[in-house]
Design a protein around this ligand. Structure first.
Ligand code: ADP
Length: 401
């Protein structure tokens, strides 16, 4: 079985061809700057370390996907003889709203239902759906499956997902907390449960820290609360997103600075977070270099990130009435020893003790970071969202046979 996983953004198309059962990765790559100047395709065969970059005009997603198909089926450096060898296509869809608590086989009815959620994710869902339609057109007859970022969080109880706004805003406008990064939180919490021997009851906190960052409380395998909300803006401080602020600041700044809605939205989503506080970059590595150079705003930015992370860990431990494990994942979670150490330092009172020596090694893969006498396990677990998408695709295709 070979599944093509597609993650289509407004100007990018990431792809992986993999075996959902073994996780074997045949090819991985992306098309970048679609519809913009200097577009290109990147292609890699991990098994042989073969890498290829094709600089070519990619005016739209259809042409980009055609190039992907051409590359993976190429006689010389392809990984399949023809598209016949591709059994199914799995698509990352950002917003499934309340309708989609599970992955689903895509057809016109499902596409129309997903389109209803476009308003909730105007930057992501239309691009995701364009990826689906392009695949249907270029590879007719192949099963296409939608895997949603929001689905894993549909188990949250109402007390966690409701906002204390007028009730009609929920019933009429669907305003509530949805949560994102669901495939990552599912994958990492499943891995943690497996490491713990799949106990009947478990209380796990997953910190997915990348450019976007969210934290989820997973009780008995189910998401019971998460930090992102109606959109991915709520919660932790991120690369360029502010995370939690007093909602009144939004109107205050907008009025004082005389900003349009778009300008205000950009300020919150693209100019805040690490970039807003540090000022020089949104990248965690640049911030950490700034700290080494004694940059006070870099130090403040990291302090704020850590403080907010720790506050959420405390809140979710209280919400679950205890804690068995804390997991770190994502570019920052997997690589920044300082953020991990900062987030759990001082949490000895809930039983979490980190081994600072192990934490500061650059060991790859799954690494146990807690000390032997720590009651709460602390782990670094590399995420694999594409594998979740491929596995779900395989499952749904088999169920529909
Ligand atoms: P995305 O949300 O775009 O998928 P990633 O999960 O790739 O993001 O994470 C990107 C973040 O990870 C960036 O802030 C980057 O600086 C950070 N990062 C990557 N490697 C390191 C490292 N060695 N040390 C600290 N931060 C790192």
């Amino acid at each position: 079985m070979k599944v093509l996983v597609i993650n289509c953004g407004s100007s990018s198309l990431k792809y992986q061809l993999l075996n959902p059962s073994t996780g074997e990765l045949f090819a991985i790559g992306l098309c970048d700057r679609i519809g913009i100047a200097n577009s290109k395709l990147e292609y890699e065969i991990p098994a042989t370390d073969f890498e290829l970059e094709i600089n070519q005009d990619l005016p739209n997603h259809k042409i980009a996907l055609e190039l992907v198909v051409k590359t993976i089926t190429d006689k010389e450096h392809g990984v399949v003889a023809s598209i016949e060898e591709i059994d199914a296509i799995g698509h990352r869809i950002v917003h499934g709203g309340e309708k989609f608590a599970y992955s689903v086989m895509l057809d016109e009815t499902v596409l129309a239902a997903i389109e209803e959620n476009n308003e909730l994710a105007p930057l992501h869902n239309p691009a995701n759906l364009m990826g689906v339609r392009t695949c249907m057109e270029l590879m007719p007859g192949k099963p296409n499956v939608a895997v949603f970022d929001t689905a894993f969080h549909q188990t949250m109880p109402a007390k966690a997902f409701m906002y204390p706004l007028p009730y009609a805003d929920y019933t009429e406008l669907k305003v509530r907390k949805y949560g994102f990064h669901g495939t990552s939180h599912l994958f990492v919490s499943n891995e943690m449960n497996r490491i713990m021997g799949n106990p009947e009851h478990s209380k796990i906190i997953v910190c997915h820290l990348g450019n976007g960052a969210s934290i989820t409380a997973v009780q008995d395998g189910k998401s019971v609360d998460t930090s992102m909300g109606l959109t991915p803006l709520q919660g932790l401080m991120m690369g360029t997103r502010c995370g939690d602020v007093d909602p009144a600041t939004v109107l205050f700044i907008k009025n004082k600075r005389n900003l349009t809605d778009k300008e205000m939205d950009d300020r919150l989503n693209k100019q805040s977070g690490i970039l807003g506080i540090f000022g020089k970059s949104s990248d965690c590595r640049d911030m950490e270099n700034g700290i080494k150079a004694g940059d006070e705003r870099a130090i403040l930015a990291e302090d704020m990130m850590i403080y907010r992370l720790k506050s959420y860990i405390g809140a979710y431990s209280a919400a679950m009435g205890g804690l068995d494990a804390i997991c770190f994942t994502g570019g920052i979670g997997e690589n920044s020893a300082a953020i991990r150490e900062g987030a759990v330092k001082g949490l000895e009172f809930i039983g979490a003790k980190i081994d600072t020596a192990i934490n500061s090694t650059r060991k790859k893969g799954i690494v146990k970071l807690s000390t032997e006498d720590s009651r709460v396990l602390i782990y670094k677990i590399p995420t694999n969202e594409e594998l979740v998408i491929a596995r779900d695709t395989y499952k749904i295709v088999n169920e529909n046979k």
